[in-house]
Write a protein that binds this ligand. Sequence first.
Ligand SMILES: Cc1ncc(C[n+]2csc(CCOP(=O)(O)OP(=O)(O)O)c2C)c(N)n1
Length: 248
Amino acid sequence: MTDINQLENLVTQVRRDILRQVHKVNSGHPGGSLGCAEFFVALYNVLMEHDTNFNMDGKNEDLFFLSNGHISPVFYSVLARSGYFPVEELNTFRLLNSRLQGHPTTHEGLPGIRVASGSLGQGISVAIGAALAKKLNNDNKIVYTLCGDGELQEGQNWEAIMYAAGNKVDNLIVTIDYNGQQIDGATDTVLPLGNLTAKFESFGWEVLTIKEGNNLEAIIKYNERSQIKNRKRKTHLCVTPHCDGQWR
Ligand SMILES: Cc1ncc(C[n+]2csc(CCOP(=O)(O)OP(=O)(O)O)c2C)c(N)n1
């Protein structure tokens, strides 16, 4: 699906899904979910080459790992609307014995989920493992991951960021949901992130900034796969920020 109007309509539908899921059980994280609706719609409808006939190994397809697992409502909505599982199952969000737990897990067997997340800080490490596996298997597809900005306060991220640069993991795109907020307040108040671009670059990453993170066309433009394929430098990509200041 590449028609921009259809995609915009899908974003609206995804936002409806998010509100319905969270409101029904009066539980969940609507903020980050709503803010990332355009990113997920672009990812699953334009950017990634993926197979909705889910296979855990994910060979010869692009993979996505959600690091900030608390924004599961947007992930579940887009997976369902892409055909991974029935849309009606969104009604079971956060219920006992549901496959749609508050934070995604693998043992419920929900198609589209390849790793449990929710304990913040682990997604980049997981994505690096998958990206390295793709290289070993001569699989030239791309691995995507999304992290929260507050999540970057977890130390494991910086070990992973350093590892990726040192090991030339160049088939990986990390996107940061740079919304300036986390549960306890503004990231600038809780623990300032400083100049994220300079930090990633000093670790050897290449940084692309999407100034309008809630603009579908901007997200698509900055994430186009050709941007990786055409690169001459062996480097790593961080696309940040993706959600612009509207949540600040
Ligand atoms: C290791 C860990 N510590 C704390 C939490 C609790 N927690 C859930 S969401 C969240 C806020 C994270 O902020 P950010 O990544 O910016 O996400 P946003 O609030 O913007 O969606 C926190 C602290 C957690 N899930 N995991």
